[in-house]
Design a protein around this ligand. Sequence first.
Ligand SMILES: C[S@@+](CC[C@H](N)C(=O)[O-])C[C@H]1O[C@@H](n2cnc3c(N)ncnc32)[C@H](O)[C@@H]1O
Length: 848
Amino acid sequence: MGGKRGRTQRKHFKQTRENVWKKNRSDNPSSDGPPWEPFATQNLAFEEYYREQGIVPDEEWDVFMVMLRKPLPAAFRINSSGQFFKDIRSQLENEFMKSLEAEVTDGEVQAIRPLPWYPENLGWHLNFSRMQLRKTQSLERFHEFLKQENEIGNITRQEAVSMVPPLFLDVHPHHFVLDMCAAPGSKTFQLLEIIHQSTESGLLPDGMVIANDADIQRCNLLIHQTKRMCSANLIVTNHEAQHFPSCHWKKNCLDTSETESIKNPMISQLLFDRVLCDVPCSGDGTLRKAPDIWRKWNAGMGNGVHRLQVQIAMRGLQLLKVDGRMVYSTCTMNPVEDEAVVAEILRRCGGSVELLDVSTELPQLVRRPGLKKWKVRDKGNWLVSYKDVPRFRRVAIVPSMFPSGSSSDVVNALSDGLHEDIGAPQDQDMGNSPSSGKRLQNGSNLDCEEGLGKLESFAPPTVDLVDEVSSLPLERCMRILPHDQNTGAFFIAVFHKLSLLPAAALENQGQFTSRNMDFPKKLSDELIEDTNGLEINLLEDDADHHSEVTSDADLPDKQPEEGALEPDPQEKEPEESKLHGDEEISLDSSKMEKQRLQIQGKWKGVDPVVFFRDETVINSIKTFYGIDASFPFDGHLVARNSDTHRVKRIYYISKAVQDVLTLNVQAGQQLKITSVGLKTFERQTSKEGTSTECTFRISSEGMPLLLPYITKQILRASLVDFKHILQFRAIKFADFFDAEFGDEASKLKLGCCIVVLRKEDEATSDPIQVDSSTIAIGCWKGKSNLAVMVSAVDSQELLQRLSVQSGNERGSLAEESKPLNSEADGTGPTDGLDVNTESVTTEQVPTC
Ligand SMILES: C[S@@+](CC[C@H](N)C(=O)[O-])C[C@H]1O[C@@H](n2cnc3c(N)ncnc32)[C@H](O)[C@@H]1O
């Protein structure tokens, strides 16, 4: 079970995660309140913009627009690290695909089908909108299935195209991965699945993921989304991605005694094998899902966010190891946010980075090549070249937005005869622009765009311009358009880092937001390391400049993204948040103490991450559960409270995360960590709980990892008794069908215990063997009974899963005869953990 995420790990989603398959008010036209108004699905500026950019050939335009106005079909992914993912997949393939066939009227269309390009039939497309699913009676059972599996984390609703970028990242389980703009976390979830893929029971992969987002509210969504993975290999951070810290530790900055007092980290700088750069964007690729964008869209949205996108991508490349891969992606069709950013990155990086041709990867995914030429729209004007940009607009419109990436001086020089340096010959037909080579640039404006009134006052100096065409291999970028395979739109580019970035790449990053644009700079051959101090200062300076730069962006308040979850207050321990950081590994010297205090000020409001090394507590846990000595504890436990007497939860971290945290301490706590590790032990607070020998119970999230190492407080139950515990929630020892089991249960120590489902071929006397197929649940051994510590939803789902496995009809669990005196009322699974017994009360049974 350890390798696969356990089924009993997910209780927290019951209350905290929005169930995306459930109704919300706006879905119900007949509910009280103002009548539902359909969104306008028209925006003339949008149409003119994309027609002019030539993103689809003229003959496809109508089909493209019709598709944009259709609601987006739902899609979801099966969590490949879930214990029952194969069962779920075969249920979809064999059961639902057939039973839902009757629901579609169009014989050509399948009701549900696997996405042909998604590996192993794990991505699925539904030909029903969510509304249809809710309203059609015959779809009810399927809808219930989706709701339940989504709620407990066995499937994740995610827009089909959003599943693409992680697939091109070529992640392996040993990789260190940075997800720079990660919230709400659907791609992070996918990355974690890959990292955890094929990990053996009780072991953790060598790799890890850092998921970052600049927005603290959205960080909370990210935390809740990724908690479903129950991963010890994840750190969630809250930084502006363009300023993401390097965590570089210079060994010589500590004297010998200090160095000796803390463990040397295995790594001296935080660099990544893979970087996902799924940047904030204007989001018009999600129009089908978020039709309010029709109303909000304007060309300034893309222009306004272009520079930030370049900065984030450049930072990603700096943090990428040589030979590493970075995927840059957006959910917009706007070339200023797509190809222009890619082109600028390539120019800045010189030959140190290449744009990969991935045309042989995922061949079934229909995509189109990136554009080689495009224009910039500003204040109602079409601009083909930076020299068109009026001086007073040069703060907002920068050279890198244009195909040549050149400032006016360079463009002027080029137009005097150096065309071959910046692009293809001018008469070359690039096949994707409806515009002719020469045109009046400020002609055909639509008056719905702002700034039109000022048009004449800043007409460009010349009308005799030639379209710029990029000579960079931008055709290697991938554009996914809605009408190609009935999806949203997406843009993806894959970079490969060949060598350290040239120093000039950084210089440009510093210069980018200044008013004196002078691109492209001659790239220096000098190679630089991504050292922290200088770089961070440089970037922080940038941030100041950046705030001065005026922006036309009118971005939607929130990027419409899949799996939109309601923010939920992060699990907080208010009294702990006031306490100081890691006393275990803090250094004695005044220098480090000063640094520590500065750090606490820096990350005010975020609980410190503290290595948990309280031997008394750790030994009591080891002894009580008989945890085998081979299970690595040392340096793998962290808490968010340096006062060990008040620690409520202990989190387990993998070796890779341990190395990063150690490095982070060495480097002066540069990472602002909002969540880390797998909640593994929780302090008992109930009266009965505090009277047990071990004050920490094993949390349901941590149980699969520990399971192969637990030798005490563990029992094996027959299928009948296992189902009965799930169904009736608490059963007196004397009432189990297998009297021997009841007897063994009564002999356990008071407190947390584990009940494992006995396999058919196992004898009671066999030692308990744990593998990925082992099914186990956490229970509470009370004075007279055994009670489950699994939520009602999880219990119900597991019961159904067991029924499916044993060939029963889903949902119609064959009721074996009820145990005598079962503690629940016998009407079925009890709700929550509200068992009412003499020894186990609602307060006393810890929820899991
Ligand atoms: C397109 S969404 C990311 C979607 C996410 N990758 C997923 O698959 O669920 C862009 C995210 O970037 C975040 N963001 C905006 N500006 C940022 C910045 N400067 N640094 C890091 N994140 C930023 C937003 O809060 C938003 O969550």
